[in-house]
Design a protein around this ligand. Structure first.
Ligand code: GLU
Length: 307
């Protein structure tokens, strides 16, 4: 029995076309493999009021559907606390008092991969910890990782071995860290297929490793290319009409935006009217483009606004 796929937006603003494309791909991967498709709102970090509602309504407007209720991470804090307790009980966590700056300036540990936490607080004695606490610093809680590398399976990238370090599990302000929450939730929600932007490919090995420590089978991944602007930078607000509502203002209907996105994946001809279900019939994971989608606000391929 397959588990579920999911789309897990952070409600920090409106979804842009690249996010909507990732959502469509996640939906297609899930629906064409007999999986449920879940929406999880990752609202532990920056939240813009009203963003969640607009994101959900944009997904609906494109014709994407999902199973069950939308889950919000802010409603699941006890689960993250349980996971942290279970790791702590096994000696797999430690408090870390480092500031970002101290981490940047610390010499990297011998044999530690580039960019890894240098391990400054890993072996503090109880009295050193007490001194730091007394100085008023609020520690984060880190994983005491017992490996430096882990391999994940990705449908688009093959087997990917990547760095594992002592990731933050609980931030200094007491908020569970993304890397912990994502693993706990995917496990609890029976998510065994994770389709998301390839900016998170390097996070997958440490998340999968953390999953194994929590007795969760790591999912199979598909890290899909991002949408970029004409300068090759990640698509952002300043790039013009990048959200569904911007596109509406230009006179494009959500159905036309769906076509635009589908044609960027090679699933529709420009101007063709398509439904997500028809796209599912045409979908071939092997043919998902490996290169980023370069989006310019007035897309020359688009017959509605094309020049
Ligand atoms: N919430 C993350 C984001 O919007 C996605 C996390 C994930 O898919 O694992 O970038």
């Amino acid at each position: 029995m397959p588990g579920s796929g999911r789309f897990a937006p952070s409600p920090s603003g409106d979804l842009h076309l690249g996010n909507l494309r990732t959502a469509l791909l996640a939906w297609l991967f899930a629906r064409t493999t007999g999986r449920d498709f879940l929406i999880r709102v990752e609202d532990l970090d920056r939240v813009r009021p009203g963003a969640m509602e607009r994101q959900l309504s944009d997904l609906r407007a494109l014709g994407l559907d999902w199973d069950g209720d939308v889950v919000k991470q802010s409603d699941r804090l006890p689960r993250y606390a349980d996971a942290i307790t279970s790791l702590t009980d096994r000696g797999l966590t430690y408090p870390c008092f480092c500031t970002r700056k101290e981490i940047q300036q610390a010499p990297s540990a011998p044999h530690a991969p580039d960019g890894a936490y240098p391990g400054t607080c890993r072996n503090l004695t109880p009295s050193e910890q007490a001194d730091k606490l007394a100085s008023g610093r609020k520690p984060a809680l880190r994983l005491r990782a017992e490996t430096t590398s882990f391999t994940v399976r990705d449908m688009l990238h093959g087997n990917i071995s990547g760095m594992v370090d002592d990731v933050v599990l609980l931030r200094g302000d007491g908020v569970p860290a993304y890397n912990l929450a994502v693993v706990v939730d995917d496990g609890a929600q029976n998510v065994d297929q994770v389709v998301r932007g390839d900016d998170l490919l390097t996070s997958a090995p440490r998340q999968a490793y953390l999953a194994t420590l929590l007795a969760i089978t790591p999912p199979i991944y598909a890290h899909v290319p991002l949408a970029l602007n004409s300068e090759g930078k990640r698509l952002a607000k300043r790039d013009g009409a990048v959200t569904l509502s911007d596109q509406r203002d230009l006179g494009r209907t959500p159905a036309e935006v769906l076509t635009l996105i589908a044609s960027s994946i090679g699933l529709a001809e420009p101007g063709e009217v398509v439904s997500p279900t028809e796209l599912a019939d045409r979908f071939d994971p092997q043919k998902v483009p490996g290169d980023p989608w370069i989006f310019t606000s007035v897309d020359p391929l688009d017959p509605v606004k094309g020049s």
